[in-house]
Design a protein around this ligand. Structure first.
Ligand code: ZN
Length: 318
C-alpha cells in the first residue's frame, strides 16, 4: 500500500505551523515539518528537530536516516541539495513546462519517497503531514514519487499574510547565541509571492487528479475542532478521533518537525485563535495597497474587500 502524505500547500505565514501541529495530535498522524528545507538547516546549519534534539539523537529522524544511509553522517546532503535545485520554478510549473533535468528529479523523488516510507515504518503513522508548502515540493511529490499524496491548500487573507511578513521575528527554535531572525518582506514583495504561489498551486492542482481541498486559515481558527475533522474527512483520510478538548483547546505534545517556523516548538495546552492583529495594526495605506494587488485572490477565496469581522464558512472543495 502506498504511503499517505497530507501535503500542506500555500504561502508561508498562513498558519500552517499551528495547523500541522494540531494534525500531529491525531492518532496515526505524524507531522514532519518543512521537509524541503531540511538539508541546509539540519545537516549544514546543525539546527535541532522540533523535539529539541539534534537529528542524530532524535527518536524519529535518527533511526530513519540510520536505516536508509547507515549513519546520520552518511546522508548525501550535497547530492540532495543538488537534486532539489533541479525542481522547476513557479513560472515553469504554472506554464506547464517540463523540467530539463528529469533524471535528477527522479533521483530526488526516489530519495524523498524512501525517507517518507521509512518515517511511516519507524513512527508507525498512517499519514505523514508535510508542511513544506511550496509548489515545487508538491510538484516533486506528484510527478516523481509513488506516494499517495493529498493536498490541503491553505490560504490566508493576504493582508494578514503581508502584515506577518513585515514583522521582525527572532528564531526561538535555535541556540540563543545564533541570534537568527525570520526573513521579512515589504507589502509589495509579499503580494508578489502570494500571487505567484497560489496561482502556481491552482494550476498544478488543475493538472493532477489528486484529492485536494482549500481551507482558509481564518475558518480553521474560528472552528478548529470542526474544521480539522471536516478537512481530513473531505480528503478521504482516516479520522480516529478529535485531538481537541471541546472546540478550541488542544494539548500539543512533542513533534519531530525537521524544520519550520519557530512556533513548531510550542507544546502544552493551547487555545487556537486567529492572529488578527493586522486588522488594527496594519497601516491603512498598506491595507489598500495589498487589497489592490491581490484583488482577484481576495474575491476568489471569499475575503471581504473592505475588511470587517470574520464570518466562518465550511472548507471549499477545490
Ligand atoms: Zn525529533
Amino acid at each position: 500500500m502506498k504511503t499517505k502524505v497530507l501535503y500542506i500547500a500555500g504561502r508561508g505565514r498562513s498558519g500552517s505551523t499551528i495547523l500541522a501541529n494540531c494534525l500531529n495530535e491525531i492518532t496515526s498522524y505524524v507531522n514532519i515539518g518543512e521537509a524541503n528545507y531540511a538539508w541546509e538547516n539540519i545537516f549544514v546549519g546543525g539546527h535541532a528537530c522540533g523535539c529539541g534534539e539534534k537529528i542524530s539523537s532524535c527518536a524519529l529522524w535518527g533511526p530513519v536516516f540510520r536505516s536508509l544511509y547507515g549513519s546520520v553522517d552518511a546522508v548525501p546532503v550535497d547530492d540532495l541539495i543538488r537534486q532539489r535545485k533541479a525542481l522547476p520554478s513557479n513560472i515553469e510549473i504554472a506554464a506547464g513546462l517540463a523540467p530539463t533535468k528529469q533524471d535528477v528529479l527522479k533521483e530526488y523523488g526516489a530519495a524523498i519517497q524512501a525517507i517518507y516510507e521509512e518515517v511511516a515504518t519507524v513512527s508507525g503513522a498512517e499519514v505523514i503531514v508535510d508542511m513544506s508548502k511550496t509548489p515545487s515540493h508538491l510538484y516533486l511529490l506528484l510527478s516523481a514519487t509513488n506516494l499517495d499524496t493529498r493536498v490541503l491548500h491553505l490560504v490566508r487573507d493576504p493582508r494578514g499574510n503581508a502584515n506577518s511578513w513585515s514583522k521582525k521575528k527572532k528564531r526561538t527554535d535555535v541556540a540563543p547565541q545564533e541570534d537568527l531572525y525570520m526573513p521579512t518582506l515589504s507589502p509589495v514583495g509579499s503580494c508578489r509571492r502570494y500571487v505567484a504561489c497560489n496561482l502556481t498551486l491552482e494550476q498544478l492542482l488543475r493538472r493532477h487528479d489528486v484529492p485536494n481541498i482549500r481551507l482558509r486559515y481564518e475558518d480553521f481558527c474560528a472552528n478548529p475542532a470542526r474544521m480539522l475533522e471536516s478537512t481530513v474527512r473531505a480528503l478521504g483520510l482516516p479520522f480516529p478521533g478529535s485531538p481537541f478538548h471541546g472546540q478550541r483547546e488542544i494539548t500539543l505534545g512533542t513533534n519531530h518537525t525537521i524544520w519550520g517556523n519557530p512556533g513548531r516548538a510550542k507544546s502544552g495546552v493551547t487555545r487556537i485563535r486567529e492572529d488578527a492583529a493586522w486588522r488594527v495594526n496594519m497601516a491603512g495605506i498598506h491595507k489598500v495597497l495589498v487589497t489592490a494587488l491581490t484583488l482577484p485572490f481576495l474575491l476568489r477565496y471569499g475575503y471581504n474587500v473592505v475588511p470587517t469581522s470574520h464570518q466562518a464558512a465550511l472548507p471549499e472543495a477545490a
